[in-house]
Structure formats: structure tokens, C-alpha cells
Design a protein around this ligand. Structure first.
Ligand code: 7PJ
Length: 278
């Protein structure tokens, strides 16, 4: 496959934004931790998200919510690989949410077409694991690491710092042989960010989108809780859909969501009201 036909780019040429459905094969993720912890439950949830219209599934075996403890590579593999194997011919692009080069390699060999790394391929060996394949990658900004990142996030100029970081990570990937058309970026809402940092980054989406296609993950996050006064993630659906629409209108290329059907319906209505067809 040549770089110009990288699957994510091909998909983005046909539809924007793409919907990425979240599949957490974990006991402890912030919204649905434990609900799909067995491979069987995760596979069933994946099939539901495909039926709802997901373009991409993002399969994760390690929770990166604030305070989460790291997971052993072996455990991550046991969680993620059966799901990938079951879905490799399901007709959607499969992404794996991992920070571990060993997991990246195994996942790509098992049929994943994209690596979603909240650590932006900074682990030793991570860039090489992706560069040696034709997979796409999402490079996310995070200040600190999940266990402690929300304790005291601080920035002098959050937009400038996140932009500089993402630009530097894009350059590192390109230098290692990952074509620009395989790269997606993400400001990392909630990853070592205060409420006001998240807001500033959301408002900077059009600027960020000039660097590379932008993936936006706001679904059910605490920022939505703050804006709606909804303490429980279960009550943040409407707020999350509003945020997804808003992000889509400001250039988000991929929306990472728990609720594919609701987000898709909202986008369809918005588009047709705007006179853009469906
Ligand atoms: C994100 C993510 C995000 C990307 C998580 C959750 C929390 N990856 N992984 N962007 N969030 N790229 O499931 O919402 O915002 S874990």
C-alpha cells in the first residue's frame, strides 16, 4: 500500500467527521469500566457500535483515566487480541489505544490499522513499531502521566505549548518514516488539563487542524460534567453530543465517542438543516 492510500486518509476523503466508537476492555475506565471487561462482552459491544454506524473502533486494554495504574503488557494483550481477531473482517477500521510498543506490534500483526497513543509514541521503540508498518497513528498530547496528571496541571500558554508538542511529535514521526498522511493529532482533553485549558484547546481546534487531521475526545468527560452540572458520566450524553457537533463544525476529523448512534443522528440532522445532504 502506498502512503497516499493509507486507510484513514481514504476514509477521510469520503466522510468527515469519522465516528470512532470506544471499546474499553478494562475493569476501570471512567465511564464504562467493567461493563465490557471480558472479550465476549467487548466483541458484542463492538458489533453494536458497528451497527450504529462507527467508522473506526478504538479498542483499549489499559485505562488512562486520571489516577489509573499502569497495566502489564501481557494483560493488555490478553484483553485486546481476542477482540481484534474477532473483528478483523467486520468492515471497520480497527484502532488500538495503547502506549506499549509490544502491544502495538502484536495489535498491528492481528489486524489493527491504527494506533491511538495517548503518549504520542514517546515510549522507546514505539515510533519504530508503527514506522515498520503502513498503519495510521493518533498522536495525543498529555501533560504528565495518567496516575498523577490531574494533580497540578499548569501551562503558561496551553494552546502554544500543545501545538508545539504536536508539531514536534509529527516531525519525529515523519523523520522516522511515518508519512504525514498516516498521522492524526489530538490535544488530549482532560489529560493533564484544567477546565480552562480544555476550553482554550477546544476553541483552538481550527488552528490545530492546520497541522494534521484532528481527533477529538470529549465524550462524557469531566469538562462536560462541569458545563452541565452532571456529576455522573451516565448523565452526560446530551452534553457530549453537543460538544461533538460543535467540534465537528470547527474542523474535527474524527470524533471519539461512547455513543455512536446518538452522535451520528445529531450530525445527520445538523448537516441536512445546513443543506449539506446526509
Ligand atoms: C482519549 C483517548 C482522547 C485519544 C482516552 C476516555 C478516556 N485517546 N483515550 N483521545 N481519551 N486519542 O475513554 O474517554 O481524548 S481514555
Amino acid at each position: 500500500m502506498t502512503a497516499s492510500t493509507a486507510p484513514i486518509v481514504r476514509l477521510l476523503q469520503t466522510r468527515r467527521p469519522l465516528l470512532m466508537g470506544i471499546v474499553n476492555v478494562t475493569p476501570d475506565s471512567f465511564h464504562d469500566g467493567g461493563r465490557y471487561a471480558s472479550p465476549e462482552a467487548a466483541i458484542a459491544q463492538s458489533r453494536r457500535l458497528i451497527d450504529e454506524g462507527a467508522d473506526i473502533l478504538d479498542i483499549g486494554g489499559e485505562s488512562t483515566r486520571p489516577g489509573a495504574q499502569p497495566v502489564a503488557v501481557q494483560e493488555e494483550l490478553v484483553r485486546v487480541l481476542p477482540v481484534l481477531r474477532a473483528l478483523r473482517n467486520a468492515g471497520v477500521l480497527l484502532s488500538v489505544d495503547t502506549r506499549q510498543p509490544q502491544v502495538m506490534r502484536a495489535a498491528l500483526a492481528a489486524g489493527a490499522a491504527m494506533i491511538n497513543d495517548v503518549n504520542a509514541l514517546r515510549a522507546p521503540g514505539a515510533i519504530e513499531a508503527v514506522a515498520e508498518t503502513d498503519a495510521s497513528v493518533c498522536l495525543m498530547h498529555m501533560q504528565g502521566e495518567p496516575r498523577t496528571m490531574q494533580q497540578a496541571p499548569r501551562y503558561d500558554d496551553v494552546v502554544a505549548e500543545v501545538t508545539a508538542f504536536l508539531r514536534q511529535r509529527i516531525d519525529a514521526c515523519v523523520a522516522a518514516g511515518i508519512g504525514r498522511d498516516r498521522i492524526v493529532i489530538d490535544p488530549g482533553f482532560g489529560f493533564g488539563k484544567r477546565f480552562e485549558d480544555n476550553l482554550a484547546l477546544a476553541r483552538a481546534l481550527p488552528e490545530l487542524a492546520r497541522l494534521a487531521p484532528v481527533l477529538v475526545g470529549l465524550s462524557r468527560k469531566s469538562m462536560i460534567g462541569v458545563m452541565t452540572g452532571r456529576a455522573s458520566t451516565a448523565e452526560r450524553l446530551a452534553g457530549s453530543v453537543a460538544a461533538a457537533l460543535w467540534a465537528a463544525r470547527r474542523g474535527a476529523a474524527i470524533l471519539r465517542v461512547h455513543d455512536v448512534a446518538a452522535t451520528r443522528d445529531a450530525l445527520a440532522v445538523w448537516r441536512q438543516l445546513e443543506g449539506e445532504g446526509s
